[in-house]
Design a protein around this ligand. Structure first.
Ligand SMILES: C[S@@+](CC[C@H](N)C(=O)[O-])C[C@H]1O[C@@H](n2cnc3c(N)ncnc32)[C@H](O)[C@@H]1O
Length: 306
């Protein structure tokens, strides 16, 4: 997959030549993304991470990539494509993923899913295990962005689940393709926007206000391990196994049908039997996978591996 992207020979960009002396704004204004080059760029991005830019999103992609072209002192979109396909351009892939991903998230975003998780899904899974059996309960927040979803789950564990199930060790893995958001997640420093739906009693308990930012307490940060995992990379995906619950919310919308199918089949393999998959409210596995059973819970829907 990704490896065949690196066999192209790349003509090193000529830094220091005329491109450097042209003011950034002027250079950006001169850059044109033709339909042909857009289609090439879209294919390259698709092969790397499964994100598919439809024709109507051309201008969105153009605006995001133009900044990388000027940052690298390149002159054209074609040069940028050659650059990311060359071995010497591998380090650019992180920047590319940072440029093209949408990282919108906040604490307690999917309130009804979190209620279903805590009150129905976790009890069902744990009640099927022997009561005095010391066990591990694995949760994966795949496509975690800056960690709000994973940390919300950690707060639920700290608040109630660990007291209700003292023999159970809750482990939370959170992953994303974008290193910048993962770095923010590890720091645990948030703006008002991210914490706006946090219940007031949890604000005082789990955050420290520092000017206009909110610092998440170490007790919560310690509960979550963050990793860079590309959902579209079969090798990376095969490393995550034994999950009881996977949250893969608000990311499938960026994929086309074949990449959704690939990602969902890997998520299926990462789950234990009787494990559950949560996806975003606006997402569905209809036409994507028949492997899961759709379960209608009082206020939300969830997919079960049977
Ligand atoms: C809109 S955020 C969703 C965050 C969180 N799950 C939520 O629902 O609030 C989508 C995240 O998916 C990540 N993403 C996009 N493509 C990905 C891929 N191929 N592998 C892993 N993460 C990806 C983006 O970097 C972004 O942080």
């Amino acid at each position: 997959m990704a490896s065949d992207l690196f066999k192209f020979k790349f003509n090193k960009p000529k830094t220091g030549d005329i491109a450097v002396s042209i003011p950034t704004q002027e250079r950006e204004g001169n850059l044109v993304l033709s339909d042909h080059t857009f289609s090439k760029l879209r294919d390259v991005i698709y092969k790397l991470c499964g994100i598919y830019y439809t024709d109507s999103k051309k201008y969105l992609l153009e605006g995001r990539i133009i900044k990388r072209i000027t940052a690298l002192n390149l002159n054209t979109y074609e040069e940028y494509i050659s650059f990311i396909q060359a071995i010497s351009g591998r380090s650019e892939l992180n920047q590319l993923f940072e440029a093209i991903t949408i990282n919108e998230t906040y604490f307690f975003r999917a309130q009804q899913q979190f209620e279903a998780f805590e009150n129905i899904v976790v009890p069902e899974i744990l009640n099927s295990r022997p009561s005095n059996y010391r066990s591990v309960f694995r949760i994966w927040s795949a496509a975690s962005s800056s960690g709000e979803e994973a940390y919300t789950l950690a707060i639920l564990v700290l608040e109630r689940l660990r007291h209700k199930y003292p023999n159970v060790q809750f482990q939370i893995l959170a992953s994303d393709i974008n290193n910048a958001v993962l770095e923010n997640a590890r720091k645990g420093v948030y703006k008002e926007y991210s914490v706006r739906s946090v219940p007031p009693e949890y604000m005082d308990k789990y955050f420290t206000k520092n000017g206009t930012t909110y610092l998440l307490k170490d007790e919560v940060k310690r509960m979550v391990k963050f990793m860079n995992i590309n959902l579209y990379d079969p090798i990376a995906m095969s490393t995550v196994t034994g999950c009881d619950v996977v949250f893969c919310c608000n990311v499938l919308i960026y994929f086309d049908l074949p990449s959704k199918q690939q990602v969902v089949s890997h998520l299926y393999k990462s789950l234990n039997n009787n494990g559950y998959l949560f996806i975003g409210y606006s997402e569905s596995l209809h036409g994507v996978s028949k492997a899961f059973k759709l379960v209608h819970l009082p206020k939300s829907m969830v997919y079960k591996k049977e």
